[in-house]
Every structure is written in C-alpha cells, then in structure tokens.
Design a binder for this molecule. Structure first.
Ligand code: DX5
Ligand code: ZN
Length: 216
C-alpha cells in the first residue's frame, strides 16, 4: 500500500506536537525538511527540532536534507532520532561515503534528485539505498506546482527496481495533492510526501483520505 508522509514544513511550528498528532493516525512517515539557506533559498530546522519531536510520535522520522556538506550533519541528525536520512545527489561529490555514513548509524539512507537531475546520475548507488526521493518541484518551499516532466523518472526507477531486484522505496516530494497523487502512484511511487495538501487543510484526516482515495 502506498505510504503518505505529511511534511511538517507546512505545519504550524508554534504547535508542532499537536500538528504531528493531528496526522499520526493516518500517516506512515513524518517528513522533515531541513534547509540551510545555501543549497536551497530557505532556512528551516536543525537537529534540535528533530530531537524535540522524536518522543512525540512513534512514526518514522523521514529527514530530507537540503543542505550543503550533509556529511557534517548526518551524525547529529542520526543521534537526534532520524529513522531515514536522505541526501541530495547534487550536494554529494562522494555519495557512496555519505550513504555508508548514514547506514553506520543504523539509519536508512536515501538519495534525492532534483527535477533537472537524471536517474542516470544515481544509478551506481541504487543498490546501496533504502529510498530514492524524486523531487517533483525545485526544493526550497512548500506549495509549489507539480512538474509533470519528472513522472518519467518515477517510471524509470520503478523499472530499474523490478529489473534488478533493488529494494528501495520510491518517494515523491512536491506539489502532491489529490489531483497529482494518482499519476505518481501509477508511475510507481511507494511514498507520497504532502505538505500543503495536508497541513494547510483544517481537517487533516480528510485531507489524507482525499489523497489516498484519489488512487485507491
Ligand atoms: C520542498 C520540500 C517538500 C515540501 C512539499 O522543498 O522538500 O517536502 O514540504 O510541500 P508541498 O507538498 O506543499 O509541495
Ligand atoms: Zn521534502
């Protein structure tokens, strides 16, 4: 069954605990967007917030690092309680080393590609990762429009997974809402990240239900 990972980027940070509780019953992961103001033009949260929300929920914390030099921060995010840590291919000249560093902490490693990055850029690492995150917007902000040309990459990753027996989950992130979720699922997505489509809605359970019922 396709997983849904609400992104707390669109939540109310003043009441983060309650925000997480409001999605906990229906969500599969809590998606945590970490931005440094360099790799992307926005600044969000660091390991202290991950540590603070760790006891709030038993759901896996799916930490998406949109930062330069992620190797310098992986230890801190792992110790703070991340269950999955994903790094951008575009930020990692030594991608294998960073993936190994994540796994050494018993944390699941993921690799992320921006809309303009081809799947071929990560083919050598596919057998090493537990998650491949396909950005369906340019990272940095919630509430952007889904970029249709990324769908072919979801299909390619699903085919590679089937052909070679890889066991990564394919996650999509950006502009996911009931109108776009079905396309992603049909292309082969296993995990749907949704920020504004969940946290900008008053009824979170209905919002997640609307995403799920668009493809079920
Ligand atoms: C974008 C972030 C996303 C963001 C998605 O840079 O990586 O996780 O929260 O927000 P929506 O779902 O509103 O596009
Ligand atoms: Zn994200």
């Amino acid at each position: 069954m396709t997983k849904v990972a609400p992104s707390i980027l669109s939540a109310n940070f003043a009441t983060l605990k309650d925000e997480i509780k409001s999605v906990e019953v229906q969500a599969d992961y809590i998606h945590v967007d970490v931005m440094d103001g360099h790799f992307v033009p926005n600044i969000t949260i660091g390991p202290m917030i991950v540590e603070a929300i760790r006891p709030v929920t038993e759901l896996p914390l799916d930490v998406h690092l949109m930062i330069e030099n992620p190797d310098q921060y992986i230890d801190a995010f792992a110790e703070a309680g991340a269950d999955i840590i994903s790094v951008h291919e575009e930020a990692c000249p030594h991608l294998h080393r960073v993936i190994q560093q994540i796994r050494q902490h018993d944390v699941k490693p993921g690799v992320v590609i921006n809309p303009a990055t081809p799947v071929s850029a990560i083919e050598p690492i596919l057998q090493e990762v537990d998650l491949v995150l396909v950005m369906t917007v340019n990272p940095g902000f919630g509430g952007q429009s889904f970029i249709d040309s990324t769908v072919g990459k979801i299909e390619d990753l699903a085919k590679l997974k089937a052909d070679y027996g890889f066991d990564y989950e394919i996650e999509v992130d950006g502009g996911v809402k009931p109108e776009t979720a079905k396309t992603c699922v049909e292309a082969g997505a296993d995990v749907l990240v949704a920020g504004s489509a969940v946290f900008k809605q008053d009824d979170r359970q209905a919002a997640i239900e609307a995403i799920r019922s668009s493809y079920e």
